[in-house]
Design a protein around this ligand. Structure first.
Ligand code: GDP
Ligand code: GDP
Length: 469
């Protein structure tokens, strides 16, 4: 920061607003940016007492900084309401919002709520994970990926760590200016890790769980659908916004609504008989994309067919969660043997979905069908699960100690820490040196261990490798 402000009217300066729930360190960040100038604020006419405002020169650019801390007290109602009320007008006028969370306490429902609101405001946001001092702090900060606001900037306002990065990030996001020349700042390579930017949102969308029923022709999908509808007293009807010949079918179980997607895919096949085999895969792809959970229906009397595995791999590749339905159970002679044979085949052929939930029933008679939707709900929970960064890294250290990564060209790979970047499906980032050379079997070792330790059966798990210095 330089010592003099350019003689531009205050109103012409870009406005940076610091927002977040109480106690995350907003004021501390404000003080880091504004420094001793904060004292000037109280003397500035027109500045209301409860809005802390200052000016700073960051990398040669003058900016106005508004700290929303303290405004919470003024507004009524809940914490959410207070955060909102205090920030609404400030955010509306912001050129950039610094949204702060406390990396040590992790993401709270209030953070989540506020982030969702903030995303809808359409203002540029820089996500800050404050109180991220030290190595563990940086790992904890990565949890903030899940807010869907881009890559979090890990810093410690109190300890002065990451303040230089913060300034670069702010300047990079400001609108262009015709005020005095700005010296170009080169960004750091650490920021190259922009995984979350532009990625799918991690936040569970409101509304019904979206379910697809897929499988080979004659597995019993239509019979299953009718069975579910008959038992669940459905609401059906054409719904705008879906594909043209698709019908929205809504089921209701104890936990709420479930929407069956792409039932058109089921009906379509009835019209064209010759190309059934090919169609079942392509129709599955369409259904998959719209679904969160997929029921893969097998005719249990026929065992596992290569095409069943093909569809299962598609489900895995699309990152959806899958429930394996063994239909026509009424017609199966030796149930124990059949069940085991199918499970073995699935486990060996679909290692990526180890622990996949299996339900056997008869869609025709209805026997065993009552277990299906509860299993769908459980699979959905797993798919949405978040593993706390602390527990994850304690486990990770144990795994690395038990089995250090192999030498590559005579040098040891260094694995530093791991963090869950998102769920739906659970996605983890492993940081270390030369991670691009980490052998596949070592990655499997970690993924399988993670499944067991953190109870993540059946869901696809993504492990992304990132080089860190
Ligand atoms: P605000 O009310 O959200 O603006 O938060 P404050 O700036 O008042 O900070 C709340 C508390 O967190 C204070 O006790 C600060 O000293 C502390 N704090 C702020 N930044 C950090 C940090 O980077 N690390 C740690 N450990 N504590 C911090
Ligand atoms: P889809 O092509 O997957 O939609 O399969 P359908 O629902 O049309 O069923 C194909 C055939 O399997 C039909 O003749 C059904 O009556 C029969 N089927 C479906 N479910 C069962 C079941 O649970 N047990 C028996 N034995 N037959 C079934």
């Amino acid at each position: 920061m330089s010592s003099s402000f350019p003689s531009a009217p205050v109103d012409a300066l870009p406005v940076v607003v610091i927002a977040g729930r109480p106690n995350v360190g907003k004021s501390t960040i404000f003080n880091r940016l504004v420094g001793r100038r904060q004292a000037l604020v109280a003397d500035t006419p027109g500045v209301t007492r409860d809005r802390k405002e200052g000016q700073a020169i960051v990398r040669g650019r003058a900016i106005r900084i508004i700290d929303t801390a303290g405004l919470e007290e003024a507004a009524p109602d809940t914490l959410y309401g207070r955060m909102r009320a205090s920030s609404e007008s400030a955010v509306a006028g912001a050129d950039l919002v610094l949204f702060c969370i406390d990396a040590r306490s992790g993401i709270t429902p209030a953070d989540q709520h506020f982030a969702n609101w903030l995303r809808r405001q359409g203002r540029p946001v820089l996500l800050i994970a404050n109180k991220a001092e030290g190595r563990q702090g940086a790992a904890a900060a990565m949890e903030a990926f899940s807010l869907g606001l881009g890559t979090p900037l890990a810093m410690s306002a109190e300890h002065g760590e990451g303040v230089a990065d913060l300034m670069s990030e702010i300047v990079d996001r400001l609108p262009p200016t015709d005020l005095p020349p700005v010296k170009k700042v080169t960004r750091r390579s650490r920021r190259e890790d922009a995984l979350a930017e532009g990625e799918e949102e991690d936040v569970r969308p409101p509304g019904p769980l979206r379910l697809a029923i897929v499988g080979r022709p004659n597995a019993g999908k239509s019979t299953l659908l009718n069975r579910l509808l008959g038992e669940e007293r459905m609401i059906t009807g054409p719904e705008p916004g879906l594909t043209r010949d698709s019908i929205a079918v809504m089921l209701h179980d104890d936990e709420g609504p479930i929407q069956l997607v792409d039932t058109a895919g089921l009906r379509r096949k009835a019209r064209i008989d010759e190309t059934l085999e090919k169609m079942s895969v392509s129709a599955s792809i369409e259904a998959l994309k719209m679904a969160e959970v997929v029921i893969l229906v097998l005719d249990a009397t026929l065992g596992v067919h290569e095409q069943d595995l093909q569809i299962a791999r598609l489900i895995e590749r699309e990152g959806r969660c899958c429930v394996l339905a063994l239909n026509k159970w009424d017609a199966v002679e030796d149930r124990a043997v059949t069940r085991q044979a199918i499970k073995d085949r699935i486990e060996t052929s679909l290692a990526q979905m180890r622990g996949i939930p299996v339900v056997s029933f008869s869609a025709m008679t209805g026997a065993g069908i009552n277990r299906l939707l509860p299993t769908v709900r459980r699979a959905y929970e797993v798919w949405n699960r978040r593993v706390p960064t602390g527990a994850l890294n304690r486990w990770f250290e144990m795994m690395v100690e038990r089995h250090p990564p192999p030498l590559v060209d005579g040098r040891r790979l260094k694995l530093r820490y791991i963090t869950q970047a998102k769920s739906r499906p659970p996605t983890f980032i492993l940081f270390g040196t030369r991670t691009d050379q980490l052998p596949e079997d070592y990655q499997r070792y970690l993924v399988n261990g993670m499944r067991e330790t953190f109870d993540l059966p059946g869901t696809p798990i993504r492990l992304l490798l990132r080089a860190s210095s």
